[in-house]
Design a binder for this molecule. Structure first.
Ligand code: 13P
Ligand code: SF4
Length: 346
């Protein structure tokens, strides 16, 4: 049987060092191939700048999906992690979707294998299945709804108002946060993000006490004790907006530090500090920076455009099911006039 997902490997090439020439070369290839670069906020500043300069897009997971779907380009190049490329392909089967690095995964996706997840769903047929977008195409295909962090509370509150009970996967912290805000009955899968899971509530409380003037911005993939200390909880887009709009000049930020690039752009002159992950003795594999987002770089982007490697292919039967749950989210976002602020408690 054909695997659900296959990504062709990237041939090995020597790294290039002349950055200006490399960027010019990539820009030419993007135009020649009618390709557009869609980047997540956690990727390297030079990739974000290139996306902005070439008519591409830098955003959170929801808006990356929306942009790729609405853009006329024949090729979408995704600077991010695999589930983002898969979402783009599910929504745009007629487009070529390339990943900068095919090995860039996500611990939430890895924590939720499709077979075990399907068995979990089968054991609870009375529940509406809502999955975070940080999942494989096969998991999305088993779901009733896909959500991103910017729309999760709204969707679950909407389902709760209809009397539905929820089965939620894979991020337990986001799940508990959504449960707390929406009041919904939720059965929650035990997954977590290796970046956000490492933020430490006790150390954050100490840091807050040492910087009482600082606003605390927290992504809801963080543990509950960290979320409790937040001034704003929200998607990456919501946190950048808060950095700009709140009067504070200093912020403590509990999310991947790749976001500082856009925060500094949005709020020049303000100061941004990483929320503590446990200091020098930290056990984290990725203190405040996602190792898979880090795999994206300009050299690999150039190689991918030159060779067409890392193209995403998705089994059509799986795609046809997964697109229903993703499209449901996009339609809901449109009708509920989902703004870029998404959720937040500011
Ligand atoms: P956002 O949708 O808030 O950007 O978060 C997605 C994510 O976890 C990327 O790692
Ligand atoms: Fe996944 Fe966490 Fe990396 Fe986002 S930051 S891609 S949730 S591991």
């Amino acid at each position: 049987m054909q695997p659900a997902i296959s990504i062709s490997p990237l041939p090995t090439q020597a790294p290039r060092t002349d950055q200006a020439a490399l960027i010019a070369h990539i820009k030419q290839m993007l135009v020649a191939q009618n390709a557009v670069l869609v980047a997540h906020y956690y990727t390297a500043p030079e990739l974000q700048e290139l996306a902005d300069e070439t008519g591409g897009y830098v955003s959170d997971s929801l808006d990356m999906a929306r942009f790729g779907h609405e853009h006329a380009a024949k090729t979408l190049v995704v600077a991010g992690v695999r589930f983002m490329g898969e979402t783009a392909k599910i929504l745009n089967p007629e487009k070529r979707v390339l990943m900068i690095d095919s090995a860039a995964t996500c611990s939430l996706d890895e924590d939720c294998p499709a077979a075990a997840f399907t068995a979990f769903c089968d054991a609870h047929p009375e529940r509406t299945v809502v999955v975070y977008s940080n999942t494989s195409a096969a998991v999305k295909a088993r779901a009733d709804w896909v959500v991103t962090s910017s729309i999760a509370v709204k969707v679950v509150a909407h389902l709760h108002a209809q009397g539905k009970k929820i089965l939620w996967a894979p991020d337990k912290h986001l799940g508990h946060y959504v449960q707390q805000v929406s009041g919904a009955d939720m059965l929650i899968w035990d997954g977590s993000c290796i970046v956000h899971n490492e933020f430490k509530a006790k150390l954050l409380a100490d840091m807050k006490a040492a910087h009482p003037e600082a606003g605390v911005l927290v992504h809801p993939e963080s543990p509950a004790g960290v979320i409790e200390l937040a001034d704003v909880v929200g998607s990456t887009t919501a946190l950048i907006k808060a950095a700009k709009e709140l009067p504070n000049q200093t912020f403590i930020v509990a999310t991947d530090n790749g976001i500082f690039h856009k925060m500094r752009e949005a709020a020049p002159g303000k100061t941004f500090m990483e929320a503590p992950t446990g200091g020098v003795g930290a056990t984290c594999k990725s203190c405040a920076h996602c190792p898979w987002m880090e795999m994206n770089n300009l050299n690999k982007l150039a190689q991918v455009l030159e060779t067409g490697a890392n193209e995403i292919h998705i089994d059509e039967a799986i795609r046809q099911k997964a697109v229903v749950s993703i499209q449901r989210m996009l339609d809901f976002a449109k009708t509920s006039q989902q703004t870029v602020l998404g959720m937040g408690n500011a």
